[in-house]
Write a protein that binds this ligand. Structure first.
Ligand SMILES: *Cc1c(COP(=O)(O)O)cnc(C)c1O
Length: 453
């Protein structure tokens, strides 16, 4: 029997503005540096890759940035997303905690990624761009940008990390259905890809390599831009619709979270749910504890260094200050492909450094255990990435039980796992390796950090 409570909002409650945490930070972000000169970059340095409207959002310190009407119209296809009270999970854990989750799996791509794919496609189209290159890990971002490209009439080319390209053929089919081209990275089509293949023809690829390929192609082609699905300030800002809607939904049930949890790959869905709450706290509102859950096999926040590093493997991108495992780090092929990035969003890293966010890490088997329990109590089969957030929520709920404390816990169920059933097959067959990251490999990658650090 299910007494799961669904808290919905009408279309009129789709936020009119994105929330920008940069307006409320007690100290500003460190500036991105030019990869050659190591001096702070200006807007013109980014102009070969991004439209000026997005570059302006990247550096803006305005608190509320208006969402253009065509973007709000597109959001209407699935927003506002529901907030659920997880009574079934609460009962299974026998916890006094009140557990809530915001469900982003109702979007066309099945995750939070369309929240930024749509505005990015819109602004590029407005700037007269015809074509966008990008990378994708598990395929969520590639499908989201392909969908947005179809909506706004843009040609999309996706470099998909080889290990996922082989593991997830349905994601590739989805991109093709929306009219995009998807190829495996490393590919022979770019200098960056050819260099990796020469050194290691069997390379399973990485997000860092795929970014190099997509950036190289965009930078050397007039009329082609590049889009990133996470990490950048404007991407995190677009995701704030998640947290802003959640605030309105909590008002409806007259409750407020004590703890806000998200999983972190590049940091965007976590920022989307947590930053609007952190912003309120910084402006004198209620205190909350924000928890970022990452995989033990790619532990940038818990084991990486907070320093300047490249966003990609070929060192084409600006240097940004972030928690990093080194841009040469190639994480193992574990199943939460969306969490397989060597770095972290500078805004999330800055918040961890300021003590505003607490990072935790979990191994993949304990996360699949958590996700399987969740599915049996709460109907939805979570994306493997989201299982990390669920594992962190269960840890917090168990702490509430030990302490006899009735706290409200909110987490972002950032996507469903319908395209990730091979991972669940491997889990049920006992074939999932319990991978932790390799200490010596990380040491090697960190030793290669650029001189600016
Ligand atoms: C891409 C993705 C992630 C990781 O990216 P973030 O920027 O950290 O959110 C996590 N979960 C899902 C479902 C994804 O598609």
């Amino acid at each position: 029997m299910s007494d799961r409570i669904k808290i919905t909002l009408g279309e009129e409650a789709i936020p009119s503005h994105w929330y920008n945490l940069q307006a409320d930070l007690p100290s500003p972000l460190s500036p991105p540096l030019h990869p050659g000169t190591k001096q702070p970059i200006g807007p013109d340095d980014l102009a070969p890759l991004f439209p000026m409207s997005l570059i302006a959002q990247e550096v803006s310190t305005e608190r509320d940035i208006e969402i253009p009407l065509p973007v709000r119209d597109a959001y209407r296809a699935w927003r506002p997303t529901p907030l659920y009270r997880a009574r079934g999970l609460e009962r299974a854990l026998d916890t006094p905690a009140r557990i809530y989750y915001k469900y982003e799996g109702t979007s066309p791509a099945g995750s939070h990624k369309p929240n930024t794919a749509i505005p990015q496609a819109f602004y590029n189209r407005e700037a007269g761009i015809r074509r966008i290159t990008t990378e994708t890990g598990a395929g969520q971002w590639g499908s989201s940008l392909s969908h947005a490209g179809a909506l706004f009439g843009l040609e999309i080319k996706v470099y998909m990390v080889r290990v996922s390209f082989d593991q997830k053929p349905y994601r590739k089919a989805m991109m093709q259905t929306y009219g995009a081209t998807c190829i495996a990275s490393p590919s022979p089509e770019t200098a960056a890809g050819r260099a990796v293949l020469e050194a290691n023809p069997e390379s399973t690829g990485s997000l860092g390599i795929a970014i190099s390929e997509a950036v190289e192609e965009a930078a050397s082609n007039e009329g082609t831009n590049y889009a990133l699905g996470s990490v950048l300030n404007h991407v995190l800002m677009h995701q704030s619709v998640i947290g802003s809607e959640a605030i309105a939904q909590f008002e409806q049930v007259d409750d407020y979270p004590d703890i806000v949890v998200g999983c972190t790959g590049g940091g965007s869905n976590f920022a989307g749910i947590a930053f609007p709450f952190i912003g309120r706290k910084l402006r004198g509102g209620p205190d909350i504890k924000a928890v970022a859950a990452e995989p033990a096999a790619c532990p940038s926040l818990t084991r990486g260094r907070y320093t300047y590093d490249f966003g990609d493997t070929a060192q084409l991108t600006p240097l940004v200050k972030m928690h990093t495992l080194g841009s040469a780090f190639v994480p193992s092929g574990f199943h939460a492909g969306g969490l397989r990035y060597h770095g972290m969003a500078p805004l999330v890293s800055h918040c961890v450094d300021l003590g505003l966010v607490e990072p935790v890490s979990f191994t993949q088997i304990e996360c699949f255990e958590a996700g399987t329990l969740f599915a049996r109590c709460e109907h939805i089969i979570p994306a493997p990435e989201a299982n990390h957030a669920i594992k962190a929520v269960i840890a917090e709920a168990n702490r509430c039980k030990e302490e006899g404390a009735s706290r409200a816990i909110l987490f972002n169920l950032c996507g469903h796992g319908h395209f990730d059933m091979q991972a669940y097959i491997d889990y049920h067959a006992g074939r999932l390796p319990e991978e932790r990251y390799d200490e010596s490999e990380v040491a090697m990658a960190l030793a290669g950090l650029p001189a600016a650090s």
